[in-house]
Write a protein of this length. Structure first.
Length: 131
């Protein structure tokens, strides 16, 4: 029987090493998984350190165990904090290996609307006045 080892990395992919060599398994990175990976990265990849985290002031603290649903807006706030409250620094973030990187702009890249869905949303907005 093959013994497989799971190696987490900062970009949210997992490497599985088996007797044939190393394979890269790509998985969809959700905001919840991204926060969990960020917390693991912060705690030197020690899960017990994440569980016993004492940084209660961190905006990601309530979501560190990967159980609650986290908003991409919350991730955006963390990115703003990390970049010194500069939206421009967040937009041009140099750390593409950070698990929060795909969500830094406050949008989920996994959600893409078709043209039909966009039109339906626009039709629903007709008649509303935006000040």
């Amino acid at each position: 029987m093959n013994k497989e080892k799971l190696y987490p990395v900062r970009i949210g992919c997992s490497f599985i090493e088996n007797s044939n060599g190393t394979k890269i398994v790509k998985r969809t990175l959700t905001p919840r998984k991204a926060v969990r990976l960020r917390c693991l990265d912060c705690s030197a990849w020690i899960p017990s350190e994440v569980k016993n985290c004492t940084h209660k002031h961190c905006i990601l603290y309530p979501y560190r165990l990967g159980k609650d649903r986290v908003s991409v807006k919350t991730i955006r706030k963390e990115c703003l904090w990390c970049s010194g409250d500069s939206a421009n620094n967040v937009k041009h973030c140099p750390d593409a290996t950070c698990s929060l990187f795909p969500f830094r702009l406050g949008k989920n890249p996994n959600i893409q609307l078709t043209d039909e869905q966009k039109q339906k949303l626009l039709n629903n907005l007709k008649g509303y006045e935006i000040n």
